[in-house]
Design a binder for this molecule. Structure first.
Ligand SMILES: CNc1ccc(C(=O)O)c(C(=O)O)c1
Length: 460
């Protein structure tokens, strides 16, 4: 009886990719019973008997967060890694002061306009640990009626002997420790020790992280789009197979990307994201780039109506500087997952076949389409400047028993035969904006077309 399945059952059923969406209220239940998890599911004792946990995130509702833990786990130690400063840090501290078991750790944000955007859970159990990398803030609204992505690691057992490295073929453990070390915070030392003392060899994804800084020399390729380029040029697809395959970017916010499509989008970010094995740089043609970003109507007709656009902060000020971007846009369509009306707060990137049946790689991350998140090259490309903390995981076919590409589908019933089908969050092929469609802009009033609730949008 599928209604009595434990979260552990739901987890087991969705292997080997372990890439879930969050449950969405008020859609047909069949879209929530397979391949979907709530925060309560992730924290449930069926996933492990918790000893302590650590949340890296951008927004926290502490009272709500604690209510997502099973009652027996609500007194266990919790470390929250945040980026709040000044008055909002004071507010977070006072909210946390009601809970003796909660400790706060502020991530340094030394470069202006950077955010602590990373969304990760470290879960220490009685007999092991898990890592969860996702896209949802720790507030009720992010887990209610939005499309969010969640990668849940295997259960990592303790190392049998401390001389073993306990890393995977993807270097997951070393890369995770390198990411955490970048915080340079003594409050994270216990978690570094937990990770060091566990066997992460079963991890089958690559870590792609960003940390604020001006990264040069040996550090330049550790982060952002240069890390993605490094992994793809070492272990990515053969150019012979994928040179005509489009890149799909899908995100919920957009930064200022420069005066034209060539400057950063195609000739910097594009050359990294489209690189193939053994290439120095990729070549991304405009016709081979699809950017899935919610249209005004995607938001207007969403389950939340215009309010759903509150987490899609693309401003008219930024958009008006880059009218050349609209040519790349496609709508958010997710009929296969029952989530066409669940506003996408998820961020994903992929290289897919023209017919949309295969992917050469897939990535879920906190990173939106911005220089702040992915980095921008400076000083004659000698340094990569990144403003924010970001974290994502990259799925490569060879880690899942596939030679060159995964079969992919957003229609979960298409679990065909032997080779595993990667569960896409959105439908392919991408559906470009129709005539009259425009991207959602958070600060532009909409007085002529009522939303799901008959309301207009009158931004403050
Ligand atoms: C300026 N702060 C944010 C901008 C965009 C996003 C997003 O993810 O779209 C978030 C977030 O929700 O973490 C914060």
């Amino acid at each position: 009886n599928i209604l009595n399945r434990s979260p552990q059952n739901v987890y087991q059923e969705f292997q080997p990719f372990s890439f879930f969406l969050t449950k969405v209220a008020d859609i047909p239940q069949k879209f929530n019973t397979k391949g979907a998890m709530s925060l309560k599911d992730i924290l449930s004792n069926s996933m492990g008997v918790l000893k302590s946990s650590c949340h890296f995130n951008f927004m926290f509702d502490i009272k709500w967060l604690m209510s997502q833990y099973p009652a027996d786990f609500r007194k266990l130690p919790v470390l929250l890694i945040h980026g709040e400063q000044g008055r909002s840090e004071t507010d977070l501290k006072s909210e946390a002061s009601d809970y003796a078991n909660i400790t706060l750790c502020r991530a340094a944000l030394d470069i202006p306009y950077g955010t602590h955007h990373t969304k990760m859970m470290l879960l220490l159990y009685e007999s092991g640990m898990r890592v969860v990398i996702h896209t949802a803030n720790l507030i009720d609204n992010d887990w209610h009626q939005k499309t969010q992505g969640v990668w849940i690691s295997p259960f990592f057992p303790p190392l049998k002997n401390s001389s073993d490295k306990g890393d995977s073929t993807t270097g997951f453990k070393a890369d995770l420790l390198q990411y955490i070390a970048a915080y340079r915070s003594i409050k994270l030392t216990p978690w570094e020790k937990h990770i060091q003392s566990h066997d992460l060899s079963s991890a089958n994804v690559y870590i792609i992280g960003s940390v604020p800084g001006r990264h040069t020399l040996n550090n330049k390729h550790n982060w952002g789009h240069l890390k993605l380029k490094k992994v793809l040029s070492e272990r990515g697809p053969d150019s012979g197979l994928v040179k005509n395959w489009p890149v799909i970017g899908q995100f919920s916010s957009i930064g200022s990307l420069g005066p034209n499509k060539e400057a950063w989008l195609l000739n910097e970010w594009g050359q990294s994201i489209s690189v193939c094995k053994s290439e120095q740089n990729g070549t991304l043609l405009p016709s081979k780039l699809n950017l899935i970003f919610p249209s005004l109507d995607n938001i207007r007709l969403s389950l939340e109506g215009y309010n759903g656009g509150g987490c899609v902060p693309y401003s008219i000020k930024t958009a008006s500087k880059q009218p050349w971007l609209v040519q790349f846009f496609s709508q958010w369509v997710s009929e296969g997952r029952g989530r066409s009306r669940a506003v996408p707060h998820i961020k994903t990137y992929a290289r897919v076949s023209p017919d949309g049946s295969q992917a050469a790689w897939f990535m879920v991350t906190s990173a939106n389409l911005s220089k702040a998140a992915w980095g921008s090259l400076e000083k004659d490309k000698s340094q990569l400047m990144i403003r924010s903390y970001e974290l994502g995981v990259l799925f490569l076919p060879q880690c899942f028993g596939c030679k060159n590409a995964f079969n992919v589908s957003s229609r979960l019933e298409e679990v065909v035969g032997t080779s595993p089908v990667f569960p896409l969050p959105y439908d392919l092929p991408a559906q470009t904006y129709q005539k009259g469609d425009r991207p959602w802009l958070i600060d532009v009033p909409c007085m002529d077309k009522p939303d799901t609730f008959g309301t207009m949008w009158c931004p403050p």
